[in-house]
Structures are given as C-alpha cells and as structure tokens.
Design a protein. Sequence first.
Length: 517
Amino acid sequence: MNMSGPTSPEEFQKQMQDFLQKQFKSFGSPGFAGSQPSGTDEETKPKTQRNDFSFAYKPRDVKAHLDRYVIKQDEAKKVLSVALCDHYNAVREAFDGKEQIHYTKQNVMLMGPTGVGKTYLIRSIAELIGVPFVKADATKFSETGYVGGDVEDLVRDLVRQADGDVERAQYGIIYIDEIDKIASSSEQHGGRDVSGQGVQTSLLKLMEETEVPARAPHDMAGQIQAMMDGARGGKKGGNTINTKHILFVVSGAFAHLDKIVDRRLKESTIGFAGGEQDDVEGDRILEHAKTPDFIKYGFEPEFIGRLPVRVVCHPLSVDDLEQILKTSEGSIVRQYRQSFAAYGIRANFEDAGLRRIAELAIEEETGARGLMTVCEKVFRDLKFELPSSRVKEFPVDGGLVDDPRGTMETLLANAPEQDEEDVDDTLQNFAESFSAQHGLTILFTDNARKELTRLARASSLSVFDFCKDHFRDLHFGLKLISGNTGQTEFELDKSFAENPDTALSQRVVASYNEKKS
C-alpha cells in the first residue's frame, strides 16, 4: 500500500479502500464503492423503521414512577410526564406507519438550582421506558472548527449506550446540563459570546432533524475499523443516525434570568394598580419567563423556539431533604445500611438523626447533593473502624451526627465481649485460615487463648482481626524453623500471645542449633 503523501482526504480514503480490498478480497468488500452487492435489493436496503418499539404508559403512570424517586417538583413531574407521553406516542405511531404530519417535538427545558432533582428526573424516565440516555455538560462543547467537543458526539454516544444499535439510539434521550452557560448575551458575559452562539446553532440542527455520521470524521481509528468490518463482510451498522425522534432535554440554573423577568413584569405594570407582579415572589418568578426573556438572556430565537416545554424546579427545604432520606427509593440511607450490613452490622436510622442530617445538608447549599456530603463526613470513621470491631448494631441519632468520632469511641468501648465458645471458634477459624495460606498448622494452648482474648478486648478489635495483625509476620519464622527441622505443626503458648517476635526468635535460634547438632 502506497500511503505516502495523499493530496486530499478523498485520496487517502481511496488508498485505504484499495489496500483493504487487496488484503480482504477473499471475504468480499460490501463496504466499499464498486463492490458487488450480494443478495436481493430487499436484503441490502437499509431499514428505515423499527417494528418492535412499544410505549403504553399514560402520564399518571410516569408521574407515579417519578414520585418514587424524586421528592417535591410535582408540577415538573406532571409537565414532563405529559411531554414524554406525547413524544413517545408520536414515535410509536411513526413506527406504525401513522406518522403525524407537522408534529412539533416536545423538547424540554428545566430551570432550577443545583441538587433539586433535574438529572434524576430525566434519568428515571429513561430507565422506566428503557431507552438509551446520554448526559453532557454544555460547557464542554464548542462551535465546529474550534477547540472543544463536537455536539454530534452526543448522538454517537447514544449509539454506544444502545450497544451499537443505531435504530434504538434514534429514539433515545439526550440531556444537556448547564445550557445557560452558552447564552451569548452581553449581559451575561460582558460581551457577545460568539462561541456560545455557534454551539446553539449546532445544537439547533440536532434538535430539528438531521443525519449524523455514525463515525466521527476526526475518529480515524473508527473510520479504519468500519472499513475493515466492511471488507471482511461483517455486519454493518447504519452509516448515519437520524435525530428526528431523539428527545432533547436541557437544564440550567439560569442565574440572573429572574432579573430580566422581574424587570419586564415591572415595566408591564407601570401605571396600573395590582397586576401580575403582585403574585410573583422568590423562586416563583422563573415560572413567568417568556421567550423574549430567554432571547434577551442570550439564546437565539430559533434555538429557544425548539424548546417548547419549559418547567421550573424549585429549591428544596429541610423538610424536603428529610423526606428524601425517609421515603425516596434512591435514598442514600439504603446505601449506608447496605454498606454496614456487608460486615454484619445493623445501622438503625432514627428520625432525629435523619432530621439532623437534613439540617446540616441544607447548609451546604447544594440541594440533595448535600446529603451525601454530610453522610460521608458522619460515617467515614465508622465505616473504617466498626467492621473490625465487635459492634454489631448502633443507632444513627442526633448525637452521632453531631459527634461521630466521640460516639464511635463510646460504641467501641461498650462493645460486647465474645464468650469463650465464640473465641474458641474464632481462633480455630484463624488457625485454619493460616494453614490454608501458608501450609503450616498452628495450635493454641489454653493459656495462649486466654491471653489473646484479653489483648483483643483491650484493643477493641475482634479476636480474628487482632490475631491477623498480631501474627502478621509469624509465617516467616515458622517457615525457617520448618526448613531447618522439617516440622509443619506448631503449638503456640502464652509467650507467643504476649510477644510473638521474641518467642519466634527464640524458636528460630533453637531450630538452627538443632540443625547443627
């Protein structure tokens, strides 16, 4: 293959095709121009519709599912449920050959601060109906030709989420967060953001209907792989992905948009008593945002016009955060219960403890994300220490949340002692584990058992964990003794329990003396 100095991308592609055709000609080359099609036209014609798509949910069904995971945001859940059902009913009819003429796609814009459940809402919907889902941050993209991500990669990511199934990817959901960051208004950026305007234009094409190449032009490895797959006669995926039935959801905090809306409302009520302005307070003002407000904020009219469904998610209160901990199926309380249960420890979350976690989380000012931040701080030491202790149960109350380290020390100090029968079983298990790992048998005398039990209790460790640490170097010395004397079974007395290093050294020296004699 002569690959030196192609004069254009087309010339390079032709050279690559010629090379692959020569290398894989025994397999045929259906993937390249000039190859002979095999089979009938019906077999080789790409399918344009998928017959196994089904959607039978009603808006109440969707909202009931969302209620299990997302607390509050009732209006957002209702609006999303209706928009989702409208969209996928239209998709189903299109696949059934009954496509609605001039149908307007129900792309969605979510507005609200961080941690109020925007991402969780969309992810839960995608999981419910079983469609591919992709989330991305708008700030990572740039206008084509500039440094940054290509918005078309979002569509290709859907194909990857669909395990390469192009047809299934064509009715997935693309969720783009921080969309407000690409607004190009001088009010937001101190000057018009041309790059943000370019990203909007690129996204606009996707949100309408366009064909996206399945392989990115800049993905040379992917292009070569596609050629090789075609040359081998392998299964070919679709060359392009149609975005007509992909649902787009965008979201953002929209800082300062409230000022634009407020200014418009005040201007509209000048000279009139009362009016709409009287009813607008706090976070509710975004509910009154209209298309001209978004245009003034920095969005292109064509772009904002492709997002007809607009809904506001409101900040969460302490009560809301507490409710998330208590009732949400995605509550992190379940996660922490399971983490401790893996070590045989029961964590009993009490109402006072949950309330205190919620109160501390609200101070983080990150919505529901603050719950994880607080819980990580509260439980980090407990998750490290308790699995190696004799503690099998503890309450998560207000005192523990406020003073986790002090509470942990009290738990360890008051941990129940193992009875003699349990200690015997534990030492036997340790001896068997040691034998399986090192091929040597160890036996404990009664005095050694008593001393090990006493030392373990004083250390607040379980007997097994204490022995693991106490005898961590035992096998080195015993193997030396075994090499000198051939001995494979060793009785460990009280001296080994008290000071294993000293006792072992004495035994090793004795074994060398025995070997010499």
